[in-house]
Design a binder for this molecule. Structure first.
Ligand code: ACM
Length: 457
C-alpha cells in the first residue's frame, strides 16, 4: 500500500504527501470542536478529530468515515490537516414531483452528500405534476394532486404517483439532522400549481377543472392572488411544514409564473387598483411579499427563485436563489437581499447532460464537471457590500427525465462532489487535485452503493 491520503478525500484536504502504509481497526472518534487547528489523527487504538468549529469537526469525522468506506472497514494510520468551509450555504435540491423518489432512494443520496460537506437539502415537493405531502383538511391533495397519468418521458419503470406520509417527512428530516443537513421544503407558488388546482380549482383564476399535468413546461393555470380560500390554504400549508421541518427557511417558489390569467381576472385587477400596482409583475411582487409575511409570521424566512426580483420591491428578508444565470444575484444583492447561487448555465443544473455523447441522459445543455469547478461563487466583479450577501451555492436535480433513484445518482455523481469542493475550498480549489481524486470519487460511490457517472472529465 502506497496511497496518498490527499488523493482520496472530498473536499480536498490541506496536507500533501501523506502516504498511507498501515491499516488499523476503527475505534471511537474523539472530537474536539474548539481546537486551534483542523486535523485528523489516526493511530493504532486512537482516532482524534481536532477542529476550529462544529462544521469542521463534522467534516473531520466525515473524512474518517470516507476512509473507513474506502478501506472496507479499517482505517489507515495517518495525520492530516484540513480546511474550514468557505461558504455557509452548501445546498442540493431534488425534484420529487416530476418523478417520485422513495425515502430509501433519497437517503442513499443524502448520505453521500453529507459525507462531502453539503449542509442544506432543498426538497422540491410540489409542482404542476404533483403534490407530495398532506395538509390537514385538504384530503384531495392525496387523492387527486399526488397522481397523474403517464408522462411524455415515462417508461415502464415509472410510478405516476407518490405521497409522503408525515412519518416519511419526519424520517428524512431526522436522518438529515443526524448528518448535519437542514431540510428546506419548497411549495411552488403562484405558478407551477396545476396539481393543486386539479384538486382545488377554486384557488385558481378560472375555477375550471383541469387534470394534474402530465407533461412538462410552463403552464397558464396559476394561483389566484385574490382568492381568500387560497390564502387560508397556504396558511395551513406553511403551518404544516413548520410543524415538521425545523429549518429556518421555507422555499416559496416564484419561478416561471405566466400572468395571462391575472390580466383579465376581476379579483387580480381589483388588488392591482387598490394597491397602486402598475402591472402584473408588481402583482407578483405583492404576492411574494404576502407569502413571505406569512412565512415570517411562523418565525421563518422565505426563499424564492430569482423571478421574485422581477418585481420592483419585495420584502428585504426574502433570500433569492439565482437560477436564470447570475443576473438575479446581482439585482437581488444590490437591493439588500441575501442570495444563493444556482445558475442553470454555470455548473449547478445537474439535470443537464454531462457530455455530448449520444447515450447521455439529460436536458437541453451540457453541464460538465469542469463547469461545477469553474463556478465563481465569490462573484469577484460585484462590490464587496453585495458579495457579503452571498450565502453560497446549490446544485439542482430536476427530474423531468429522471425516472428512478439510480438515474438521479448517475446525474448527481461525481458533479455534486466537485461542487462540494468548490463550496468548501473557494479560491483554494485546485483542478489537478480534483482530477487526482477521480477514482476515489467513483470508489466512494461504489462503497455507498451509488451509481457514479463514468463520463470523461
Ligand atoms: C427553475 O429551474 N425553474 C427554478
Amino acid at each position: 500500500m502506497n496511497t496518498r491520503i490527499e488523493n482520496l478525500l472530498v473536499p480536498q484536504i490541506a496536507s500533501t504527501n501523506v502516504v498511507v502504509t498501515e491499516l488499523v481497526d476503527l475505534t471511537p472518534v474523539t472530537v474536539n470542536p474548539k481546537a486551534s487547528v483542523n486535523e485528523v489523527i489516526i493511530e493504532q487504538g486512537r482516532i482524534v478529530v481536532n477542529a476550529q468549529c462544529e462544521e469542521s469537526a463534522r467534516q473531520g469525522q466525515n473524512y474518517v468515515k470516507q476512509l473507513e468506506l474506502l478501506f472496507e472497514g479499517k482505517v489507515p494510520t495517518c495525520q492530516f490537516d484540513f480546511y474550514n468551509p468557505v461558504w455557509r450555504y452548501r445546498g442540493f435540491h431534488i425534484d420529487v414531483v416530476r418523478h417520485f423518489m422513495s425515502v430509501k432512494e433519497l437517503k442513499r443520496i443524502i448520505r453521500a452528500m453529507a459525507l462531502v460537506g453539503f449542509n442544506h437539502f432543498h426538497w422540491h415537493l410540489t409542482d404542476d405534476q404533483g403534490w407530495r405531502f398532506a395538509v390537514d383538511g385538504y384530503e384531495k391533495l392525496e387523492s387527486i394532486s399526488s397522481k397523474r397519468v403517464k408522462y411524455e418521458f415515462d417508461d415502464e419503470r415509472n410510478v405516476h404517483s407518490g405521497f409522503y406520509s408525515d412519518a416519511d417527512l419526519k424520517d428524512v428530516v431526522d436522518y438529515c439532522s443526524e448528518l448535519g443537513i437542514e431540510v428546506i421544503p419548497e411549495v411552488e407558488m403562484p405558478g407551477h400549481a396545476e396539481a393543486l388546482l386539479a384538486a382545488y380549482p377554486e384557488f385558481g383564476c378560472t375555477g375550471k377543472e383541469i387534470p394534474v399535468q402530465n407533461s412538462w413546461g410552463i403552464f397558464e393555470n396559476v394561483m389566484n392572488p385574490a382568492s381568500e380560500q387560497l390564502w387560508t390554504f397556504l396558511k395551513a400549508t406553511i403551518a404544516k411544514l413548520v410543524s415538521i421541518f425545523p429549518s429556518k427557511y421555507i422555499h416559496i417558489g416564484g419561478d416561471e409564473c405566466p400572468h395571462v390569467q391575472w390580466e383579465t381576472n376581476e379579483g387580480c385587477q381589483r388588488i392591482m387598483k387598490e394597491n397602486g400596482l402598475k402591472d402584473t409583475n408588481e402583482l407578483q411582487g405583492w404576492f411574494t411579499s404576502k407569502a413571505s409575511a406569512l412565512v415570517k409570521s411562523f418565525g421563518k424566512r422565505a426563499i424564492g427563485w430569482d423571478e421574485v426580483v422581477d418585481a420592483p420591491e419585495i420584502d428585504e428578508s426574502v433570500v433569492v436563489m439565482s437560477w436564470r444565470g447570475l443576473e438575479g444575484a446581482k439585482i437581488a444583492s444590490s437591493r439588500g437581499h441575501e442570495v444563493i447561487l444556482t445558475p442553470q448555465n454555470a455548473g449547478c443544473y445537474l439535470d443537464r447532460y454531462q457530455t455530448s455523447e449520444d447515450y447521455e441522459l439529460g436536458n437541453w445543455s451540457i453541464c460538465t464537471a469542469r463547469d461545477a469547478f469553474d463556478l465563481d461563487i465569490s462573484m469577484k466583479d460585484l462590490p464587496q457590500k453585495q458579495r457579503d450577501l452571498i450565502l453560497g451555492a446549490q446544485c439542482n436535480l430536476w427530474a423531468e427525465k429522471i425516472h428512478t433513484g439510480r438515474e438521479a445518482e448517475y446525474m448527481m455523481f461525481p458533479r455534486a462532489f466537485i461542487l462540494a469542493d468548490n463550496l468548501w475550498l473557494g479560491e483554494k480549489r485546485d483542478w489537478d487535485s480534483l482530477c487526482a481524486r477521480k477514482k476515489a470519487m467513483a470508489d466512494l460511490c461504489y462503497y455507498l452503493d451509488l451509481v457514479c457517472s463514468p463520463a470523461k472529465w
